[in-house]
Design a protein around this ligand. Structure first.
Ligand SMILES: Nc1ncnc2c1ncn2[C@@H]1O[C@H](COP(=O)(O)OP(=O)(O)OP(=O)(O)O)[C@@H](O)[C@H]1O
Ligand SMILES: NCC(=O)N[C@@H]1O[C@H](COP(=O)([O-])[O-])[C@@H](O)[C@H]1O
Ligand SMILES: [Mg+2]
Length: 387
């Protein structure tokens, strides 16, 4: 069962996935747009290409003939995946899943229109003028996001009409790919938000991890914790929605399905067809298998007997404060000496303000206090300076 995996995207999430794959003897070729990306540092081989360039993608697929193609980022010419699937390649989780989730329009229309799931009221716009109309339709406050982006890039909130032009310009700076369109969503005044890690398997059985709570700033996650305290009825609703969306997209793998929980119920937000950044909390061994190991098992078609919560935990991000081509880390000792805590530094070769460079995980026994653990993770991460 030695398989070759072509990993498209080589950030921190890919790196942990490669480590999980290495541990059971799989071969991984890591791909990204720059050299020495985190996952490349632990893979068997690497390729540096622009993954939005379909011809460049075709060339490396033909060169490596992988058993599995595993997307890791949101900037890939995923239209080509349908062709690879026809040629007999396995795309993880499936060509449709990777293609639909790459573009907010495809996945939102599938969830809201085809499946009838509850989402924020939304509209699309292709110009500043159209944005103005769209804002009128969804109402203020509302959130603007490029159709192709992630980690909050190009995302802003419109509170008054004066914000509209700025929001359009900002969205165009943060957009990946050649798509100039944005989605405008009514602001959901949620009480809390969660990621529901969902595992679809080749045998058809879908498994759920305990829900992960998280807090976001600038559209990017700051802390996550597991388990999130939530009402059973909301969890059940979220699980039903996650099962529906993942089934409609098809394929085997781990998915990060995002929900907002508000007074009027559970809203589907979006999903990643791969390990989720907020799921890095599982690196604190909060579960019997972390999210990367689960993804790998599902990809390889290895059985997963059960998913159990082994302890409670939290993660908090370590962000850079400056641009550097040789980032330095200060304060790691403070984290290292703290009990029931651990950290990862991703090894990104350069930094820029707010770039995620590492993560602190803190944990406690089942029955411990999740708020205390989260506070500890956050305080420890705050002791690290990257510049
Ligand atoms: N309609 C909304 N109402 C309220 N808050 C929102 C809305 N849309 C997004 N947010 C906030 O912004 C965060 C990031 O949004 P979203 O997940 O859509 O962006 P993203 O760029 O895809 O991020 P990532 O790639 O990290 O998942 C959400 O987790 C939530 O906190
Ligand atoms: N929310 C998506 C997410 O967290 N993706 C993770 O961030 C990396 C890009 O980081 P970079 O922008 O610092 O290169 C991606 O490669 C992936 O691991
Ligand atoms: Mg998100």
């Amino acid at each position: 069962m030695k398989k070759k995996i072509l990993l498209l995207g080589s950030g921190e999430l890919g790196k942990e996935f490669v480590i999980a794959a290495q541990r059971i003897g799989q071969t991984v070729i890591a791909v990204d747009s720059y050299e020495n990306a985190p996952a490349m540092q632990v893979a068997h081989g690497y390729e540096v290409i622009n993954m939005l360039d379909g011809d460049a993608l075709d060339a490396i697929v033909a060169k490596h003939k992988p058993d599995y193609i595993v997307p890791e980022i949101e900037a890939i010419r995923t239209e080509r995946f349908y062709e690879y699937e026809k040629q007999g390649y396995t795309i993880v989780p499936s060509a449709k899943a990777a293609n639909y989730t790459m573009n907010r329009k495809a996945i939102r229309d599938l969830a809201a229109k085809d499946l009838g799931l509850k989402t924020a009221k939304y509209e699309y716009a292709t110009s500043a003028k159209a944005l103005k109309e769209a804002v009128k339709y969804v109402g203020m406050p509302c959130v603007v996001k490029p159709l192709m982006s992630s980690s909050g890039k190009g995302q802003s909130t419109i509170k008054t009409e004066a914000d509209i032009q700025k929001a359009w310009e900002y969205s165009q700076e943060g957009s990946r790919g050649d798509v100039a369109e944005v989605i405008v969503e009514a602001f959901v005044n949620f009480n809390y938000e969660i990621t529901l890690l969902t595992v679809t398997q080749r045998d058809g059985k879908t498994l759920f991890c305990p829900p992960i709570g998280h807090r976001q700033e600038r559209g990017d996650y700051q802390e996550s914790w597991q388990p999130a305290t939530m009402e059973d009825i909301h969890l059940k609703t979220a699980q039903d929605m996650a099962a529906q969306v993942t089934e409609a997209l098809g394929g085997a793998g781990l998915w990060g399905v995002e929900f907002f929980i508000a007074d009027d119920g559970v809203y589907f937000s979006e999903l990643s067809p791969r390990p989720h950044d907020t799921g890095m909390v599982t690196l604190g061994n909060t579960q019997n298998f972390n999210e990367f190991e689960l993804h790998l098992r599902a990809v390889l078609g290895l059985p997963i007997p059960e998913i159990t919560q082994e302890r409670i935990g939290a993660s908090a991000v370590i962000l850079a404060s400056a641009h550097s081509d040789n980032p330095r880390f200060e304060g790691i000792e403070t984290v290292a000496i703290a009990p029931k805590s651990d950290f990862r530094l991703f090894g990104k070769p350069s930094s820029r303000p707010y770039r995620r460079m590492g993560v602190v995980v803190a944990y406690d026994d089942l029955g411990g206090d999740i708020e205390t653990v989260t506070k500890r993770a956050k305080e420890l991460a705050g002791k690290v300076r990257v510049y």
